[in-house]
Each structure stands twice: as structure tokens, then as C-alpha cells.
Design a protein around this ligand. Structure first.
Ligand code: CTP
Ligand code: MG
Length: 344
């Protein structure tokens, strides 16, 4: 029953094709993409800040190391973003809160600005702003999985440039339209990038492979669990070449999928398997605590983690209306490259 009706929903709009002037749109979107890429000097500044922060923390913790993660390291970051840093250090039983409070004290006495320890957040961090470069920075402790998922995203981006192009435009759209705010019940940048990867894995012919479904050439052990995938992406450089869909078309098809084709009642998207998993199979059918599962995006490594869990019954409506608006603008509007990003 359910299977049939979701299949019917997927077929419902088969007859609708994208507009005729899609190549013109592709040009517009590619120039927006180019303008969002951070210049090399900015990357250089970030690295220098990281090195000087590492020197500073090594006075207290000689074996500690600092790593960039998130958008400044996964190649999905636009110009002038804040940077995400993870400090790794040996576990000597000291609580994360105590480490963060000590870290905040050290940073403050070195004249870093706006230093603030957020010890009770889901991911506890210290925030700071470097007065020299004006770069803002969040530092977390021993969040090794975030380093691994950062590498996964970076590796996917190297396989086909259309992923980075699509994700830049989708993130830019989400920020312009106010639907990239997890504290207001909409989705994180990380969730949007996973949606883009899943979407490109599902094209026929596929534009991206399923790296976690291939022989693992990179494996990390965290708390005795192995996390691995195929990371020799230079061998996959022309994987998507048999599919020549343009970025204008893909952007329309992405929003059309989330507006009219995704089965919100039954489906979980999964980059790990390059497919759809049923909510029933994951036991994500009812609300448990604050997890509502109104839009389901499986984390590639923490498989019990639904990136859609921040979405509530009000924000799901806003999100779906925004997907529909974007799909309709791309289908019918005479000037979609302006209308799509109109401030809300
Ligand atoms: N992350 C995670 N689980 C989440 C959210 C984020 O593991 N539920 C990690 C991921 O490694 C992600 C990083 O935190 O790459 C930063 O995620 P996010 O804040 O969503 O944003 P960025 O990718 O940094 O994008 P931007 O800052 O450009 O919006
Ligand atoms: Mg970030």
C-alpha cells in the first residue's frame, strides 16, 4: 500500500520538464558560484591563525593539535565565513567543560576578543574573534567524527565539480531565504550539503558514487568503532562524465525533488547507502524526546543521527514552502537568478 502510493507520488510530476532557456540560467549560476569562492589570501590567513592558536594552546597542552573542520575545510565554504576548529588532546579524565573554561582563560589573556565558553551546547565550544585578521572562530574538543565527515564531504567535492557548484548555490539560497538556522528549526549547512550529495548520487546515470559502499581505503577507529570509505577519489575523476546535466537543470531538479517528489511521510535520505531508507526500518516514525523526524537526513557516520531532527511542525511548513517557491521560480520566473535569492 504505502510503497505503491509513494511510487505514485514520485511519478506524479514526471510530465513536467524544466524551462527552455536553462543554459542561460546555468551561466548566471556559474558566475554567482565563482563570485562566492574564497580567495587564496583568505585561506592563507585562516591557516596562519590556526598555527598561532596552536602555538598558544601548546603552552598549556604540549600534545594538543588544532584542525580545521566544517566549511573552511570541506571546500563548501564561501568567502568571509567563520572558521570551525577542533582541538584534539589526550583524555586524562578532565571534563570538556573544564578544558573549555581553561582554554577561554588562555585565549582571553592573549588578547583574543569576544571570548566565550559555551559549555552547555550540544557541541560545547569556545568562541573568539582574532582582532588582527577579524576572523571569528569556534573551537570544540575531540570531535573526531566531525573531522572524518569533513574529509568525506571534501572527497565527494573532488569527484565532480557540479557538487560544489550546486551546494554553493543551495547554501546561498538557504541563507538569503532564512532557512539555514538550526536554532529556528531549519537546516544546517551540513544537512544541505548532504542533500546535494544524495541528489547527485540519485541521478541516472549517477553523477556521484557511493564512497561508503566501496572498498575502504581510509579507516579511523573511534571508541572501538571503525569508520571508513573509499578515499582514492583521484581515480573517480570522470565518474559523472556520462551524465551531462547542467547546473541550471540540476538546481531546478533539486528543488523540484524536495518540493514535489520527496516522500516526507516515509523516506529517509542516506548518503551512506546512496539511496532511500524507510523511516520504519530506522524506527524514525514517531517523536522521541525532541526528535520529530519530519524531514529525515541520515548522518553518514552517526547513523542514529537525523540531521532533520531540529525541524518542528512550524518550520517544516516554511521549509517546504521555500522548496516549492524555489522550484516554481526556476520553472516560470523570467528572472530567476534574482528572484531565487530575494531576501525574505
Ligand atoms: N556537524 C556535524 N553534525 C551536525 C552539524 C555539523 O558533524 N549536525 C559538523 C560537520 O563536520 C560540519 C561542521 O560541523 O561540516 C560545520 O557544520 P555547519 O555549522 O552546518 O556549517 P558549515 O559547513 O561550517 O557551513 P557554514 O559555516 O558555511 O554555514
Ligand atoms: Mg561553519
Amino acid at each position: 500500500g504505502l510503497q505503491v502510493s509513494s511510487q505514485r507520488m514520485r511519478n506524479r510530476r514526471k510530465e513536467i520538464a524544466c524551462r527552455g532557456d536553462i543554459e542561460r540560467l546555468t551561466h548566471c549560476f556559474l558566475s554567482i558560484y565563482e563570485s562566492l569562492i574564497p580567495p587564496d589570501e583568505e585561506k592563507e590567513k585562516q591557516k596562519q591563525l590556526l598555527a598561532s592558536l596552536e602555538k598558544l594552546v601548546n603552552k598549556e597542552w604540549p600534545r594538543a593539535q588544532l584542525f580545521l573542520y566544517g566549511s573552511c575545510a570541506n571546500t563548501f565554504g564561501v568567502s568571509n565565513s567563520d572558521i570551525d576548529v577542533c582541538m584534539t588532546l589526550d583524555d586524562d579524565g578532565t571534563s570538556k567543560s573544564d578544558i573549555l573554561l581553561k582554554l577561554a582563560e588562555i585565549l582571553e589573556s592573549d588578547n583574543l576578543q569576544n571570548v566565550q565558553a559555551l559549555t552547555r551546547a550540544r557541541v560545547p565550544i569556545v568562541k573568539l574573534m582574532d582582532p588582527v585578521t577579524k576572523i571569528s572562530c569556534d573551537i570544540c574538543i575531540n570531535n573526531v567524527l566531525a573531522l572524518v565527515n569533513t574529509k568525506l564531504l571534501r572527497d565527494y567535492a573532488q569527484i565532480d565539480v557540479r557538487l560544489r557548484q550546486l551546494a554553493f548555490i543551495v547554501k546561498y539560497w538557504a541563507k538569503s531565504r532564512g532557512v539555514n538556522e538550526t536554532y529556528h528549526g531549519t537546516l544546517s549547512s551540513y544537512a544541505y550539503v548532504l542533500m546535494c550529495i544524495h541528489f547527485l548520487q540519485s541521478r541516472r546515470p549517477a553523477i556521484l558514487p557511493c564512497l561508503q559502499g566501496m572498498k575502504a581505503t581510509y579507516v579511523v577507529k573511534i571508541d572501538n568503532v571503525d569508520y571508513g570509505y573509499f578515499d582514492k577519489v583521484e581515480e573517480l575523476r570522470d565518474f559523472g562524465a556520462v551524465n551531462n546535466e547542467s547546473i541550471g537543470f540540476l538546481l531546478w531538479a533539486f528543488f523540484d525533488y524536495w518540493a514535489y517528489c520527496h516522500d516526507y511521510a516515509n523516506d529517509v535520505i542516506s548518503v551512506r547507502t546512496a539511496g532511500i531508507i524507510s523511516k520504519r526500518e530506522k524506527d524514525w516514525t514517531r517523536r522521541i524526546g525532541n526528535d520529530r523526524h519530519l524531514i529525515c537526513i541520515e548522518d553518514p557516520f552517526e547513523v542514529n543521527h537525523d540531521l532533520g531532527r531540529v525541524v518542528d511542525k512550524y518550520s517544516i511548513k516554511i521549509l517546504r514552502e521555500e522548496f516549492e517557491r524555489a522550484a516554481d521560480v526556476l520553472q516560470y520566473d523570467p528572472n530567476p537568478s534574482v528572484k531565487l535569492f530575494e531576501p525574505y
